[in-house]
Design a protein around this ligand. Structure first.
Ligand SMILES: [Mg+2]
Ligand SMILES: [Zn+2]
Length: 163
């Protein structure tokens, strides 16, 4: 039995895009639309996975601790509603400071999740706010959707296939 997942970019889809890296814990604000969207996604039997570039780490703007603190907060908030993410993958690299294989538009992190959760890529989808989110998805055989940053619930829902 193969599983299916909704992959989400983080900044601008899960938490509010502020036009800059999230460098302080106080700047990490979950979008209210996320809650009803994840509720619908889980109801339809999808796993949920975040795939995010966090090049601010490579640039020395913030550390892994900040990323973990934001994610711990997020998971606690979501857990209270039964909506916690099944996995979170982030790339801490930036090409100015050394190449890596995991930064979107590369597909490695999506492929890791596909392997870990025995996902059928054809049943999965990825939602982001940049072209590279869609490219990363397509590289892994997953349908990608590019939405405006901080999308409406309606825009999010439209990415889900008709039942
Ligand atoms: Mg984004
Ligand atoms: Zn990387």
């Amino acid at each position: 039995m193969m599983n299916k997942a909704v992959f989400l970019d983080r900044d601008g889809i899960v938490n509010r895009e502020i036009g800059d890296y999230i460098k302080r814990y106080e700047e990490f604000e979950l979008l209210p639309e996320l809650f009803p969207f994840l509720y619908e996604v889980k109801k339809r039997g999808y796993l949920t996975v975040i795939i995010t570039n966090q090049a601010g780490i490579a640039k020395g703007l913030y550390g892994h601790e900040l990323v973990h603190a934001c994610h711990d907060f997020m998971q606690e908030e979501l857990k209270g509603h039964g909506l916690a993410f099944d996995a979170i993958y982030y790339c801490p690299h930036h090409p100015d400071f050394g190449m890596c294989l995991c930064r979107k538009p590369q597909s490695l992190l999506i492929e890791k999740a596909i392997g870990r959760f025995s996902l059928n890529p054809e049943k999965c989808l990825m939602i982001g706010d940049k072209d590279r989110d869609v490219e990363a998805a397509e590289g892994a055989g997953v349908k990608g959707y590019k939405l405006p940053a901080n999308p409406s619930l309606e825009e999010l829902m439209k990415c889900l296939p008709d039942e």
